[in-house]
Design a binder for this molecule. Structure first.
Ligand code: PMP
Length: 381
């Protein structure tokens, strides 16, 4: 007997981001603008609620769908912040990060061979997730000329009309692009016309700097065909708590919970206690972190412009996506790391449409960011 990976696993390459982290780990004096994770710790009140729950011995599983108290808070929060109304009993599933929610949606709502249109550049888990679920991927490359927004033209050109579902993320990882409600209307119309399900990854919904986030599920005829994913990792800086949630009509949530109840039982209990507190009492910290990201965003965009690097004004998440001055972005990222000790990620790690770009995360303290920008300038000179 040998542990041969299944054909499905074999068909998925290891994450392109990890290689850079591994390289960076072996070196000294590295400034990493590579990771997609807040540099802040979770708000203290949330951490304290986790500690208190442990002191009180609250260490058992919760309901499969998550603690009702938490689902109620999520429903209230989403109604107040994003004009989304979901029933806490039937339409919300608490998951181990948005990651689990996305995986559940693929596995619970796709049949083998179903095609999913994946708007790209995108977060690295979508394409493998579709493959693991036995689905087929239709690449939908967005364009730098459209500031990486999804348009009807781009969807049509990619053949997305033949898909069962569309997955996209705005504010976007890796580009930092956002879409206004007006811009989303043509995407919504396309999905209605071709009867697509929509998987809307809204994990960065609260990290916008130019305009408020609009969820596609608030547009006419869209709530009934959309699964919205969100979580506590980004705005609340709670990545390690591994907590997120999915919101959708009851049929979708019931199907997703069918897998979740067997594979996860329930999302981490301690994290659920922390999340209740985060939603009740940590808005100020979220606002403060967002203000700091915005300051950093403006700083690095202006530095890239001064260096003559073309960088569209990313308006959300915590990434800038400048054009790479070399044809080969991987070679550039590797040389920058070796020569100046600054880690950035080549766009190619994020799929189609990302060629010739670099993802530069500004979830890093201002002093380090300044130093990193100076080093990039030295490297370019
Ligand atoms: N979606 C996107 C676009 C992300 O960037 C990330 C995290 N990098 C996730 C989902 C996963 O988030 P979580 O920690 O909630 O699983």
């Amino acid at each position: 007997m040998t542990f041969e990976p299944s054909a499905r696993v074999e068909s998925v390459p290891p994450s392109g981001i990890r290689r850079f982290f591994e390289l960076a780990e072996e070196m000294d004096d590295i400034i990493s603008l590579g990771v997609g994770e807040p540099d802040f710790s979770a708000p203290w009140a949330a951490r304290e609620a986790a500690i208190t729950s442990l002191e009180q011995g609250k260490t058992a599983y919760t309901a499969n769908r998550g603690k009702r108290e938490l689902r109620e808070r999520i429903a209230r929060y989403e109604a107040a912040e994003h004009a989304l109304t979901y029933d806490p009993d039937e339409e919300i599933l608490v998951t181990a990060g948005a990651s689990e929610g996305i995986d559940l949606a693929f596995r619970a709502l796709l049949d083998p061979g179903d095609a999913v249109a994946v708007a790209q550049p995108c977060y690295v888990s979508y394409v493998p997730g579709v493959t693991f679920a036995g689905g087929e991927v239709i690449d939908v490359p967005t364009r730098a000329d459209d500031e990486f927004k999804l348009t009807r033209e781009v969807l049509e050109a990619a053949g997305a009309a033949d898909a069962e579902a569309l997955i996209y993320c705005y504010p976007n990882n890796p580009t930092g692009a956002t879409m206004t409600g007006e811009e989303l209307r043509e995407v919504a119309a396309f999905c209605r016309e071709h009867d697509l399900m929509v998987f809307a990854d809204e994990i960065y919904a609260d990290l916008t700097y130019e305009h408020e986030h609009t969820s596609i599920a608030t547009l006419p005829g869209m709530r009934e065909r959309t699964v919205v994913f969100n979580g506590f990792s980004k705005a609340f800086a709670m990545t390690g708590f591994r907590l997120g949630y999915a919101m959708a009509p009851p049929e979708a949530i019931t199907a997703m919970n069918r897998i979740h109840q067997y594979t996860m039982l329930s999302a981490p209990t301690t994290a659920q206690h922390a999340a209740i507190e985060a939603l009740d009492n940590c808005r100020e910290e979220v606002t403060e972190m967002t203000t700091q990201y915005d300051r950093r965003r403006k700083f690095i965009l202006s530095r890239f412009n001064e260096m003559g690097l073309d960088c569209f004004p990313a308006a959300g998440a915590f990434y800038a996506f400048p054009e790479c001055p070399w044809d080969d972005a991987e070679a550039f990222a590797e040389a920058l790391l070796e020569d100046q000790g600054v880690a950035v990620v080549p766009g190619t790690a994020f799929g189609a449409g990302a060629e010739g770009h670099l993802r530069v995360s500004y979830a890093t303290g201002m002093a380090e960011l300044k130093e990193a920008m100076d080093r990039i300038e030295t490297f370019l000179a």
